[in-house]
Design a protein around this ligand. Structure first.
Ligand SMILES: Cc1cc2nc3c(=O)[nH]c(=O)nc-3n(C[C@H](O)[C@H](O)[C@H](O)COP(=O)(O)O)c2cc1C
Length: 329
């Protein structure tokens, strides 16, 4: 049964956040397709972010961070309950979110906001933040107005249509709950960083013309769907021949990969982004190269993330038979 955490985003005395979270919990209790639990930041007092490394590294020094990671890691999805403070979300909620990375990634999230006019600014910013953390934000939202959904601006009395809106939001959160959960959250953070570093190492080796270094990046049985024919290049030797050809075609190579996103499991991972290879030709002409789509697929072999498959392509005019080589990301 999926577990959905209801995060209470405010902590001040006389807050309304607890009422809103209780209402979400009550609606959740009517369902038999998920379990709901309120996660109150008052029960998880976190200092201002005091971890030496960004959460992406997945190496948490402090016990309070590890306990928070453990709490958030238990859930498959979230409903975040946020008020609007000065056209944004409360600092305490932002701080709690910033503490972690992998524990949020790939998980569904729905936003319930409230404020003078429904807390639209806060909701928009929270969604953007969640999307940055690669959470799966669902489209339906619930916006509660202090004027019309709280009696005397104090006691939550949601208008009838808000109940339907909340049920729809919960439907979406439960339906979108699935994420990659084959590795523990902390492990995933570390592995994701390792996979991204591996792509960085490939980029560095290409720029340096370091064929030997590139040889350490691929499994012996790598299958490469490289940009050049034939359809596939099988084995590390074939892949390295492609790179060797690049190094003889250019006097100096430029190579960049951008917009890279990695997804990691226990011992497999993939990353995709856009790449561009250019450089100085033997005659001295300089070319910036063509933006292509790149996908790297990894297996963890003896503790090392090695590329076992890659794919480099440009979109094709299917009827005309020509590739699009002037597109920009
Ligand atoms: C510091 C602060 C700033 C606020 N700024 C806004 C605002 O920009 N827009 C808005 O609609 N309401 C604003 N409000 C009103 C809150 O949305 C409202 O008081 C709400 O109940 C606060 O949530 P809480 O009771 O859970 O703390 C603000 C309230 C506080 C305390």
């Amino acid at each position: 049964m999926p577990r959905i955490g209801i995060l209470v985003g405010s902590t001040r005395p006389t807050r309304k956040g607890d009422q809103v979270a209780r209402w979400v919990h009550e609606r959740g209790a009517h369902r038999d397709d998920a379990e709901f639990e309120v996660v109150d930041l008052l029960d998880h007092p976190l200092p201002h972010l005091d971890e030496p490394l960004p959460a992406l590294a997945g190496q948490y020094r402090h016990d309070h961070t590890r306990a928070w990671a453990e709490t958030i890691g238990r859930f498959d999805g979230f409903v975040m309950v946020t008020p609007e403070y000065n056209a944004s979300i409360p600092g305490v909620l932002k701080n709690a979110i910033d503490y972690l990375y992998a524990e949020w990634t790939d998980k569904a999230v729905g936003v319930v906001s409230y404020g003078v006019d429904g807390g639209a600014h806060a909701a928009r910013q929270l969604r953007a933040l969640c999307e940055l953390l690669r959470m799966r934000a669902v489209a339906p939202e619930v916006s509660l107005s202090l004027h019309t959904d709280f009696e005397d601006h104090v006691t939550l009395e949601p208008r009838p249509h808000q109940v339907g809106a909340l049920d729809t939001l919960l439907d979406h959160v439960v339906a979108r709950r699935t994420g990659v959960r084959t590795a523990t959250p902390a492990r995933r953070g570390t592995d994701e960083a390792a996979v991204l570093r591996r792509v960085d190492a490939i980029v560095d080796a290409v720029r340096a013309g370091d064929l030997e270094g590139l040889g350490r990046m691929y499994s012996t049985d790598v299958v490469s769907f490289d940009i050049d024919p034939p359809l596939q290049h099988v084995g590390a030797d074939a892949k390295l021949k492609n790179w060797a050809r690049v190094f003889t075609s250019f006097r100096e190579v430029t190579y960049e990969v951008r917009d890279l996103k990695a997804t990691v499991g226990e011992d497999v991972a993939f990353a995709h982004g856009f790449g561009r290879l250019g450089g100085t030709l033997p005659g001295g002409a300089v070319t910036g190269g063509t933006w292509v789509r790149v996908t790297f697929c990894f297996r963890k072999i003896d503790g090392e993330w090695l590329v076992t498959h890659d794919q480099v392509s440009v979109p094709l005019d299917v009827l005309g038979g020509t590739g699009f080589v002037t597109l920009e990301p």
